[in-house]
Design a binder for this molecule. Sequence first.
Ligand SMILES: CC(C)(COP(=O)(O)OP(=O)(O)OC[C@H]1O[C@@H](n2cnc3c(N)ncnc32)[C@H](O)[C@@H]1OP(=O)(O)O)[C@@H](O)C(=O)NCCC(=O)NCCS
Length: 132
Amino acid sequence: MTIPLPIETERLLIRPFEAGDVDAMAEVYGDPGVMRAGAVVGDIGCGVYAPTGEPELGYTLAAGFWGRGYALEAARACVEAAFASLPQRRLVARVESGNDRSLRLAERLEMRPVETIAIDGRPHVLLALERA
Ligand SMILES: CC(C)(COP(=O)(O)OP(=O)(O)OC[C@H]1O[C@@H](n2cnc3c(N)ncnc32)[C@H](O)[C@@H]1OP(=O)(O)O)[C@@H](O)C(=O)NCCC(=O)NCCS
C-alpha cells in the first residue's frame, strides 16, 4: 500500500524525491541553515515499523526553517493521507529521548507515548496515534 503523492498543504508541496534533490538534501542533512524560496527543505513520510508492520512517521527539516510550523503542517497532511490510504488503524513514531523539538511535534499531532525502547543502545520514546 502507498500514500498517493503529491500532497499540497497551505505552504508546502510534499512530493517524491527526484535525482536533482540530492544536493539540497545533503545540505539539509548536513545542517547548513540554508534558506531559499521554493527550496527543498526536508523530508517527511511513512515507513514501516518492522516489529508490528504499522506505518511509522519520520521527518527532517532544515534547521533554518525550524520554528515556523512547517514540520507540523507537513506531518498533519501526511497523517491524514496515511489514514485515508492505509488499512492500519494506528501510526507510530520513534523519537530519541531529549529530542524535544521532535517530541513537541509528536505531541502537537496528538501522538501519545507508549513505551521507551532502545535503538543502538540509546533510549527512544515510541509514540502512537490511533485513527479517529
Ligand atoms: C523535529 C523537527 C522537524 C521539528 O521542527 P519544528 O520547526 O520545531 O516543528 P514545527 O513545524 O512543529 O514548528 C513548531 C514551532 O513553530 C512555531 N510556529 C510558528 N508559526 C507557526 C504556525 N503557523 N503553525 C504552527 N507553529 C508555528 C511554534 O510556536 C513552535 O515554536 P517552538 O519551537 O518555540 O515551540 C526539526 O527540529 C528537525 O528536523 N530536527 C532534526 C531531525 C529530527 O530530529 N527529526 C525527527 C527524528 S524522530
